[in-house]
Ligand binder design. Sequence first.
Ligand code: GSH
Length: 205
Amino acid sequence: MAGPLTVYSAPNTRAIRVVWVLEEIGAQAEIKSMPYPPRQHAPEYFAVNPTGMVPLLIDGDVRLSESMAICDYLASKHGSPLVVAPDDPERAAYLQWLWYGESTLMTPLSRLNVVRQVEPKGPQIDAILAGAREHVGARLKMLEERLEGRDFLAAGRLTLADISVSYPLHLVAMLGLEDLLGPRSAAYHQRLRARPAHQRAIAIS
Ligand SMILES: N[C@@H](CCC(=O)N[C@@H](CS)C(=O)NCC(=O)O)C(=O)O
């Protein structure tokens, strides 16, 4: 890949998706790993990204701050099979699961993650937490069904759809919600995490 790439990252964040893609496609980049959250621990980062969020990609004049947009940008530029082509019969399934990972699954997980930190707890907070947990559980059932007879979500190979979904599955584990995962989803997540490119990405993100 021509030109210097810079990726701003932090451990245990969506930046893992980007660093993982870089490792899968063998592209070079400077990874600037920051303590999380940068808004507290690296306030100088606001000068680079006014939202203080990660990931951020800088590639010459290109600046992208949506993790899946960055993944698509990098993998497409590299002609990688991580992207399912528009004329591929699996394209629709690929898009469905790619967006499921950052919207359908992340929405209740993000709510749960924020609300669980609210103190003092009370019946209203408990009800919001229970509702979010129920949503996560229902949405994970879709994944469990999709994985019947499949190792990957689309096209029979690792694609950006898997890289998208892997991050919320990591959050499921971090939030102690593994009991909501079906056996196929749990095994799928372990398989994804065990990939050498993913292991390398964890070490540097
Ligand atoms: N939709 C964005 C979300 C980015 C995002 O929420 N990043 C979190 C880490 S996973 C963050 O940087 N939060 C910092 C903060 O809230 O201050 C993406 O996919 O990149």
